[in-house]
Design a protein around this ligand. Sequence first.
Ligand SMILES: C[S@@+](CC[C@H](N)C(=O)[O-])C[C@H]1O[C@@H](n2cnc3c(N)ncnc32)[C@H](O)[C@@H]1O
Length: 224
Amino acid sequence: MLDNRLKAVADFVPAGAKVADIGTDHAYLAMYLYQQDQSRQVIAGDKNAGPCEAARKTLGEADLQEIISVRQGDGLAVVQPREADTVCIAGMGGKLIADILEAGPEVLAGLKYAILQPQNAFAELRGWLYDHDWHIAKESLAKSEGRIYQILLAVPGKAPKPDDMELLLGPVLMAERPKLFSEHVANNIAMVQRVLQGLQKSRQDVAGKKQVLEERIARLKELL
Ligand SMILES: C[S@@+](CC[C@H](N)C(=O)[O-])C[C@H]1O[C@@H](n2cnc3c(N)ncnc32)[C@H](O)[C@@H]1O
């Protein structure tokens, strides 16, 4: 019942984790995490009332309302420091995910794992992790309803910052080239081509920018 995207997020959650699903919406991931491993302690957080209501409904129907706590609040504010050792933040923009991590330093300091599934701003989120003494231990790709999703398992600890291409595509994905990797690269080529087409309509002098994008497309094509 869980789609491939959320299943890939769940696959990175360790057994026995004290896990907070931030931005839980219907609590499908939170419920699955507990159902797969009842030694996990699961918190379902969301900023908005509607999603919290939907989460309570899902959990009530599964008779898990006493087991998984639904908490309304902004980002990591729903978790006490060291109450969670793992967070999942899925289905949000990469910038918002970075903002959520940045806004909760006490909670962040107690985490062993952050499992992140950004919808965009991939390079920015990866860059944020390396700039804040986190790094990426694992990455995976999942395909759901024709769309490719990137899932990151980040852990605390300083590591050399990957180069621009690795930040964009994923340093682990580039090293391991999993099954969906060519499709992932092709999507990125299409994305850069769209930006390039936008620039071609511009009346300003964009020759420098166009050259950077053309070089990026050429480098991406080498990875296909
Ligand atoms: C698109 S849904 C993703 C739901 C689920 N995580 C998934 O991946 O399917 C985004 C959810 O994040 C919640 N959200 C947005 N900003 C948030 C924040 N700062 N803190 C907690 N939840 C937030 C929204 O209310 C919404 O329920």
